[in-house]
Design a protein around this ligand. Sequence first.
Ligand code: DAH
Length: 340
Amino acid sequence: MSLLTELDSIQEEAVAALNGVATEADLEQFRLAYLGKKGKVTAASAGMRDVPKEDKPLVGQKLNEVRTAISSAIDERQSALTAERDAQAVKGIDVTLPGRRPLTGSLHPLTQVLDQAVNTLRRMGFALAEGPEIETEWHCFDALNTPPDHPARNETDTFYFENGKLLRTHTSTVQIRTMETQAPPVRIIAPGSAFRRDEIDATHLTVFNQLEGLYVDENVTLADLKGTLEYFLRCVFGDDTEVRFRPHFFPFTEPSFEVDMKLHATGKDAKWIEIAGCGMVDPNVFKAVSQTRGDAAYDPEKVTGFAFGMGLDRLAMLMYGLPDLRLLIENDTRFLKQFA
Ligand code: DAH
């Protein structure tokens, strides 16, 4: 029966010694010392050999009890050590303080207007197109029937590079690029930045955003142009939006118009505001494109088209009643948060 007594004292010794184990590494050593292959409990269990047969069940049971007791005491100590380590890690930190809320961003008002405009026009059958911001004079002016003596081409109006290229002054360049590579029918919109050497003030920026549109097919008429723009503006700004077309001049369209819009939703006294230029594509533009293409896909006798270009920043100004365009580029979060 001395094995029983031995087991009892192993258990007692182990449980008493456990409190002195101060680190997790020591605890692992401790576990090996008792329960490991060469541990005390394992060594004692070798004594089973000499236990008389009739006592074996009792001693065997005792052996299991001792092993379980030591094992769970070790587990308990382990939890205590872990808890101590955690407590140490947050010492001096008030864990009851509310956490810092991570800031979530939101879409820039200009992006919101752009998304809305693009979604509306895509539903109307226009596909997205794009072109480079650094352009050739051909795509920006010549192909758009804009002669060398046109004021828009002055050094004082446009940013030129030494290699003769320039920052596009409008997104109308994408009309030319699209027609050079795609045969009619084409129905595209091209949002993007445009650049001019303007003095910056409440209604002018040197970098601004436009949305260009082009529709070329057989039998496209002015009625299509008018219907498209009116429908578009009413979708975006509301059914009671008034739209008017004023005769104007653009080199690349004939006839040409400026589009004004009168909003009733802004609360202030509604007044007419110019929002876009548009017109029927000038036959000279088709001729320029045909020259690059070397085919008759854009034969001005066969196809007609309309084009429009609007100021996206202006649209945003109107939509949100902004007093100053510069608000859109200052990135003042007090302003931007209002559109979250
Ligand atoms: N490109 C013109 C501008 O920047 C706007 C414009 C007018 C675009 C008439 C057009 C158009 O497509 O047909 O002032």
